[in-house]
Design a protein around this ligand. Structure first.
Ligand code: SAH
Length: 257
């Protein structure tokens, strides 16, 4: 191990973004730290290829986290991380995508700070970047989209109460995580707040994986198309004129398999 690859110290927690699925979309730093872990606490969106990098003798602890189906409540996950670190382990907390984008990574870190546990955070390719690249939909494009916003379509109380006027702006791309269930509400609200019903919109499931599937439509017809296709989470919604670029920029789904 050379100076650029110092061993990771024990008793520390590494909050690591596992990216959108494929192992080779991990950062080099994330791969190095995963390879030295004593304990890995992971959730359901971490890809199989990433899991395969965990040393055979490391403890693997699944804590779930599908929408509405938390295997372990957040407070128990926080306590678990503290306990493992206090036991002197090199702890890797693996989360899908980026840990600071709809990943509750901040909450876990606050708990570690409260218990005096040292930590580091390693970013990951968030689902929006993975979906954009692999579906051929740039999130910004000159003269088409100057801003891009990320929002969540999942609310613990079941509502989908977003800042609709802010989302329904021209020349903007709206990316919605966890938005498949609320897609009919999202489409209707964006149109009610001023976006044309003909605004292009896409749903991308399993972005970057061989099972990736993209459904393209408009705000008006995407909910019906998604329902008809039976498209299930995890999927991302991309809304805005940039979706039209896919016609020319799509590359991944056309690759021979
Ligand atoms: N921290 C993660 C997001 C966690 S929220 C990140 O940065 O990507 C979980 C949601 O992310 C899913 O419901 C889905 O909307 C989205 N997502 C995660 N991985 C995805 C993938 N491979 N393809 C499409 N959407 C994905």
């Amino acid at each position: 191990m050379d100076a650029l690859q110092p061993p990771i110290p024990a008793g520390k927690v590494y909050l690591i973004g596992a990216g959108p699925g494929e192992a080779d979309l991990l950062t080099v730093r994330a791969a190095r730290m995963i390879g030295q872990a004593d304990a890995v606490v992971y959730d359901h969106l971490v890809g199989d290829g990433v899991m395969a990098l965990i040393p055979a003798d490391a403890e693997k602890i699944y804590v779930g986290k599908e929408a509405g189906n938390h295997t372990l409540p957040q407070e128990s996950i926080n306590t678990l991380l503290v306990r493992l670190a206090q036991a002197g382990k090199r702890v890797v907390r693996l989360k899908g995508g980026d840990p600071f984008i709809f990943g509750r990574g901040g909450e876990e870190i606050l708990e570690l700070i409260g218990s005096g546990i040292p930590f580091e955070v390693v970013p990951g390719v968030t689902a929006a970047s993975g979906a954009a690249a692999f579906s051929g939909i740039p999130l910004t494009h000159r003269e088409v989209a100057r801003t891009c916003v990320f929002a969540t379509g999942h609310f613990h109380d079941g509502s989908c109460d977003l800042d609709w006027p802010a989302l329904a702006r021209p020349n903007q791309t709206v990316v919605i995580y966890m938005g498949i269930g609320a897609l009919p509400v999202i489409s209707a609200q964006l149109v009610a707040h001023g976006l044309a019903a003909s605004t292009p919109a896409a749903a991308v499931r399993h972005a970057t994986l061989p099972t990736q599937r993209t459904i393209v439509g408009t705000l008006e017809d995407l909910p019906g198309k998604v329902a008809q296709a039976g498209l299930k989470p995890p999927a991302l919604l991309i809304i805005g004129e940039v979706v039209n670029l896919r016609e020319q920029l799509n590359w991944f789904e056309d690759l021979p398999r």
